[in-house]
Structures are given as structure tokens and as C-alpha cells.
Design a protein around this ligand. Sequence first.
Ligand code: NAD
Length: 713
Amino acid sequence: MIYEGKSLSASLLDGGIADVVFNAGGSVNKFDQQTVSELNELCAALESADGVKGAVVRSEKGAFIVGADITEFNDVFSQPEDKILDWVGKTSRVFDRFEDLPFPTIAAVNGFALGGGCEMTLACDLRVADETARIGLPEVKLGLMPGFGGTVRLPRLIGADNALEWMTTGKDQKPQAALNVGAVDAVVAPEKLKDAALAMLQDAIDGKLDWQARRAQKNAPLSLNQNEAMMSFSTAQAMVAAKAGKHYPAPHLMVETVQKAAGLDRDGALKLENEGFVKLALTDAATAQIGIFMADQLVKSKGKKQAKAASKDIKQAAVLGAGIMGGGIAYQSAVKGTHTIMKDINQDALDLGLNEAAKILNKGMEKGKVDAKTMAATLNHILPTLDYNAIKDADIVVEAVVENPKVKASVLKETEQVVSDDTIITSNTSTISINQLAESLDKPERFCGMHFFNPVHRMPLVEIIRGEKTSDDTVNAVVAYALKMGKTPIVVNDCAGFLVNRVLFPYFGGFSKLLLDGADFTAVDKVMEKVFGWPMGPAYLLDVVGIDTADHAAEVMAEGFPERMARIANDPVQSMYKAERFGQKNGKGFYNYGTDKRGRPTKEAAEEAYQLLGADTKEFDTDEIIARLMIPMANEAIRCLEEDIVGTAAEADMALLYGLGFPPFRGGVFRYIETLGLENFVKLADKYAHLGPMYQVTEGVREMAAAGKSYFA
Ligand code: NAD
């Protein structure tokens, strides 16, 4: 044995080949600090071992190395700047030390080799991948750039243009794509991986393969003439500006770093990488995006645990109502392989529901994402019916009829009479309290909310609402079904609007008040889209949701929380509703919707909307617009956490990200509060407290701010 650590070891094979094997204790190999220091010790052992002529690096697990240990980032990045620089500098020098070993090295890559894993392969002279390999540098998704030499070695290996595309998109690459650009030297079947790597290494040892030249290339400046450099970097800059936009500093800094380092050797280039890495690690965007990663892990592991505990397997589902939502839910259920009955009271609605599913599938076929077999299977899995009896054998029923408490109560009651005793019944209501709906049922323990978002096939979130009487078994089975549908379930407790709509309506409330005070809705949309980063500003979002739907929901919310959400006099949403400006669905809302000469959709601020709203327009500065909309949302989210509607700040952030499209670079509403700083947030809210109860902070957050506490501690 040359070296034996907890995560990696090296033994000497015949012919003087060191067999370096990553085999960490957990389910995957990753670069935590322990593994990095073992790699350093391994280098020392290899440098002093006798008779080593070459080294192969491989994994004993299903994947090579999945990347750095992101769970350590929080601690590392909360240190002072010089300490982070020291950490990344030392770590990247371990990879240099490996690269500088006095004999040829080769990586044998199976499964994921991402981030630090990819950088490990780049520190080798040669790379062989098997057909399962996925190689890439996804750091950009965390608001970072590669920190273990990736920005230096990859461009020198595959060219600046290819490397920047890999790094700025963060996409992992299939082996053939990696081979095409020269990121790997060969692709083989999984069972041949080790032998192929050993054979190639032997060629290098025997001088048949010029490994020194490969190594020299990674150590030298980039070989680009001025024209090529201009092409590569200006193309990359333009791509990043168009795709990532200004809110995401990481891809911009990557292009800049690779460009500045182009004329430098490895050590000079690495210094720039180290500095760039630290700069990004300290940005709010990185904190937010790393926070999302951690929150996503939490949500996923909670979901998996609950699904595992489920005692019931959903084989047959039934959806009541074939409207926008029912049609979407039936499609999503069917496309993931569950037989799904779609029941409506109206044949036209059933036809529309099926057509909608066919349309989504057709689009998927056009994009090459769906094949004819999936299309046929999905449509076969949906059984449209007008007959209640058809649902009698369903394991789960998702009610998605009109948002009317009386209609829903009677539909749920009827359902209970038709289905068997252990059928789970859920409602896709967006606002009505689950406890209230449960009153119409004899067995409320098998009932809960299952709130999907529109469009169902695209929006990842399903809010699962546990009523007072809902059993754990019911929640677990519904979580399992949501996961089977490919969705991200988040379980919340019951109240009007649940979590997502409960925090959305105060935001709309803030918007309404701002309009009444004279703001121009296009100016507000512009700020909330361009500066804050929402996919749609509030006026546009209301138009898309439907002003009639929003007005109706606002009534339910006002009933649920009269102290903060009571309807205000001359509420613009109500005025628009009364004037039958329902938004996109009838072509007129805050904006008028139409098509241009070429048939492309158009959207223009509606003169009629300005006339209806009446007030003289007044200019508000950007900060005030953001504060007046976001404080009510943040305050309501805090209340939801304090009242145990949602379990953790992390889950609340994920729910808003997946359900509303909260800007990822802001990480969610609690991350937004934390980025401002709790104390600053309280100060800001106090400044607007005179605007009404929506702006008044809870005692809880005031105390947390005073005590210097965090929602993510
Ligand atoms: P919709 O009007 O498009 O569809 C409702 C369908 O229910 C219609 O096809 C109607 O014929 C049918 N229906 C009415 N009574 C029925 C009955 N007794 N049995 C079977 N079918 C019946 O409405 P939608 O937008 O799909 O909303 C449905 C539910 O989903 C509502 O509770 C709504 O609040 C909720 N929701 C809607 C959205 C959204 O963005 N549209 C988002 C989340 C949740």
C-alpha cells in the first residue's frame, strides 16, 4: 500500500502503476476538506514511493467524484476574505501538486465527474471516460466559478470558447461531447474502463503517448492569436449578457478571468482564479444560490422520507374537473405512468382537457423531448368520463372544480360516497381552508390539500396542505404521488391561501395601494422585473393569473385575514374586474393583448386601464417601489413561519422559488430578508408602518433582529 486514507487510497500494481482509488465512506465521493488533505498526503506518498512509473485515478463507486462538499461552503465563506483566499489557494495547490507528479497520470471516469471531480480529471495528463460519464463544471449554478484550477486547465485543454461555454452554462456533458472537444481522450464501455485506462497509461509510460506535451500545454499561456481571442471572448461575453443577465455576476467574471489569464502561465492564471473565486464567494448571489442548493436538499430528503413511510401505493388516480388545472394535473399524472381518470360534468371541458394534454405532448415531440410511444402511452393513460362511478376504484382523487366553497363541498361529499373507504381525497383549491372543506367529509383524516401551480407541467411545486384532521398516512401517500408526478412537494399547515398565496396577496395588496397613491403600473412592473428580478411584474402577473380569479381569491383572503387583507376602497383589481378587464384570458387587463402582423403575441399598456385607475401618476423611486411590495410579502412569510404554517425558512424559500418564480439570485423571501439584514429589514418596515398593518413587523422578528439571530441558523 502506498497510501491509505478514509476517502482515497493508492496501491502499487504490477508494472509500477499506482492505483489511486476514491472510495469515501458515504454514498458518493466528494471533495470535502478531509479528502483534499488526503489528496495532499497521497501526493507526498507518491512523490517518495519507489518504483512508481504512472498513476491511474478511479472510483470504486457508481460515480467518479460529484464535486466539492457544498455543505462546507457556509462555514468556509463566512470567514474573512483573506482566510477564504488562503483556503482556495491551498486547495488548488494540492491539485497542482498532483499535476506535477514526476510520472504520467490518467483519470478513469465513470458517472459524474463534476466541479472538483472534473478538476481532478483535468489535473491528470490523460482521461478515459466510460459511457455513463457526465463531466462538467456546474459552479455557476451556485453563483461561483471553479476554484481548483478548472478555469485554467479546461481552456488550455479544449480551447477558451468551448471551456467558457461549459463553465458559463454549468451543463454537464455526455462522454461523446467531451470526446469531440478533447476533454477526454477515449470513451469505452463501463466494463472496459479500468483496462482501457491502464493500457493508455502504459502507452504513456512507454513513450508512445507524449504525456509531457499534454502537461506542458496546461502549464503554458493559452495558444490564441489576437483574432481568435477576440472572437472567443466577445462571443462568450455576448452569450453571458443575453443568457445570464446582470443579476448573476459569476459567468461575467469567469469570462473576464479566463481572458485576463490568457497570456499567463498556470501559476499566474491560478492566482487570478483564486481571486475571482473569493470575490464571487462573497457575493449575495452566491450566498442565495448556495442557500437554494441546501434548501433543495432539505426539501428533497424530507419528501423522500415521507414517501418511504407511505403505506399506500397510488396506481390509479382520478381528477375531478377538466379545466385549466384538472387537464394539466391529469396530463402530468399520466405522463409519469399513473392511470388517470379525468371526470367533468361537461363533455366540451373533457375534450378541451384532452386537447391540452395532446398539445403539450406535441410541443414535446417538436422539441424532440417526447417520442411517439410516450405520446400514445400518456394519452392512453387518461380516461375521460362524465360518469361518477368511473372513479370508484381510484386510489387518490384530486378535486379541481371551480373555486367555490359550496360547489367544492358538495363535490367532495359526493366523491366520498362513490369511492372506497381508503381512497385518498385531495383538493387543488388555491385559497379555501382545508379544515373548512374537510367539514363536508365523514372521514377528514384521508383528506388534504394538493395545490398545483399553473401551468402544471412546468411549475415544480406542489403545496400539500395538512388539515387539522389529516392523518400522517394520507400526507405521506400524497407526497409519494407528487414525487411520482415529478414534482417537488412541500407540506404546509392549513390557513386561507396556505403558504404561497397567503404571502402573494399582501404583495398584490402593496401593489394596489401603490397604484392608488399614483404609481404607474408599467413603472412598477419594470422595477419588479428588471431590478428585483421577478419573471413578471405584479400587473402582468395579475393579468396572467386572471383578474377575475385574483379578485375572487382576494375576497377569500380578506375573509381569512381581515386585519391585514381586508379589501380596500377602490382597489384597482376590483375596478378592473368590474370593468370586465380579466387579463390575458379576454385580451384586456392592465395590458391589452393581441397579435402583430406576423402572428406574434403583443402586450401593450392599456389606455383604458389608466383611465379606470384614475389617479394622477406620480413617480416613485426604485427602492420605494420594491419596499412597498416586498415588505408585505416578507411580513406575511414571517407570520407563516411563526404560526407553523411552514416548517422552516428554507422550505418557504423553496416554495416561493418553485411556485412563484422568486428570483433565484435572491434565494427566496427569507434569504432576501437576511441579505438586507434583519435589523435593516425591521427599520425599513417601520419606515412604512404608517401604510397599514401589512407593513407592521411581528414582535418575533423584532426580537430576532435585536438578538442578532438568523432564520438559517
Ligand atoms: P376551470 O374553470 O378552468 O375548470 C373547472 C372545471 O371544473 C370546468 O371544466 C368545469 O366544467 C368543471 N366542473 C365544475 N363542477 C364540476 C363537478 N361537479 N364535477 C366535475 N367537474 C366540474 O378552473 P381552474 O382554473 O382549472 O381551477 C380549478 C381549481 O384549481 C380551482 O379550485 C382553482 O382555485 C384551483 N387552482 C387554479 C389555478 C389557476 O391558475 N387557474 C392554480 C392553482 C389552483
